[in-house]
Design a protein around this ligand. Structure first.
Ligand code: ADE
Length: 260
């Protein structure tokens, strides 16, 4: 997967790309990310990338020209090779970013170019001229597109075959199916008096698989029943879910959004 990021704040983006799995993915040649400083695409002495809004009001607006210049220059070498670039603009008004969206990006052979906005907004002519794909990472407002850009890259990159150690961990996990995760345990066997469920020590692979499946269904049923609503369950899942419902809600899980 290839990705270019245009930002006024490369220092927000680079350290994350140089850590952990994203770093490893780049070292393995499975991911290539280039971060470009938007100021390098300004033409004036003071490298101004923002200005006051026409019509007045609070805050600054990112100027169109440096962004358009950056996008045009960065995508030029790709287009010379006949490659179409997928331009993404993180924005709260964009298409909701989901696991399915991440999978779509991971499977796309086109290079991505993520334009990070900041301040109150960006000059509308960027949208008009580039017709970027707007992507929202959630119904809340962040200070800029840098964190969403990292979320998008991280979620897509880990789906590229070879980026994660065990491929089954990608298939099994939350949202790809979509079910929430089952609980995980590692050594030691007891922490603060809390022990590991017996079944995980039993060595019975099929029993462990069923337990995990049931716990994943339980977490989903208790915390995100909406994820089960339009889902066609296998006979096994239906049986497990019936058992869960019969057993009743246990412990103290609180449905999302109903805390406090
Ligand atoms: N920029 C600011 N808030 C955002 C959000 N929720 N998603 C994507 N980009 C954003």
């Amino acid at each position: 997967m290839r990705c270019d990021v245009i930002t006024l704040f490369p220092e927000m983006v680079t350290p994350v790309l140089e850590s952990s799995m994203l770093k490893r993915a780049q070292e393995k040649g499975l991911l290539e990310v280039k971060v470009h400083n938007l100021r390098d695409y300004t033409l004036d002495k003071h490298k101004v990338a923002d200005d006051l809004p026409y019509g007045g009001g609070a805050g600054m607006v990112m100027k169109a020209e440096p962004i358009l210049r950056a996008v045009e220059q960065i995508r030029q070498p790709y287009e010379q090779r006949g490659e179409k670039v997928r331009v993404l603009l993180p924005s709260p008004q964009g298409r909701p970013f989901t696991q399915a969206y991440a999978q779509e990006l991971a499977a796309d052979s086109r290079p991505m170019l993520i334009v990070c906005g900041h301040y109150e907004g960006i000059d509308e002519r960027v949208r008009i001229a580039l017709k970027p794909e707007e992507v929202s990472v959630g119904d809340y407002v962040l200070t800029g597109g840098e964190l969403p850009a990292l979320v998008i890259i991280d979620a897509a990159a880990r789906l590229i075959p070879g980026v994660l150690g065990a491929p089954e961990s990608v298939v099994e996990e939350s949202f790809s199916e979509p079910l929430l995760e089952y609980p995980h345990y590692t050594r030691p066997g007891e922490v603060r008096g809390i022990t590991v469920p017996e079944i995980l020590l039993s060595g019975h692979h099929e029993a462990i698989r069923l337990w995990r499946r049931k716990e994943a269904l339980r977490t989903t049923y208790e915390r995100r029943p909406d994820l089960l609503k339009d889902r066609r369950l296998t006979a096994e899942d239906q049986q497990l879910l019936d058992d869960i419902i019969r057993e009743g809600v246990r412990g103290t899980p609180v449905p999302c959004g109903e805390e406090g």
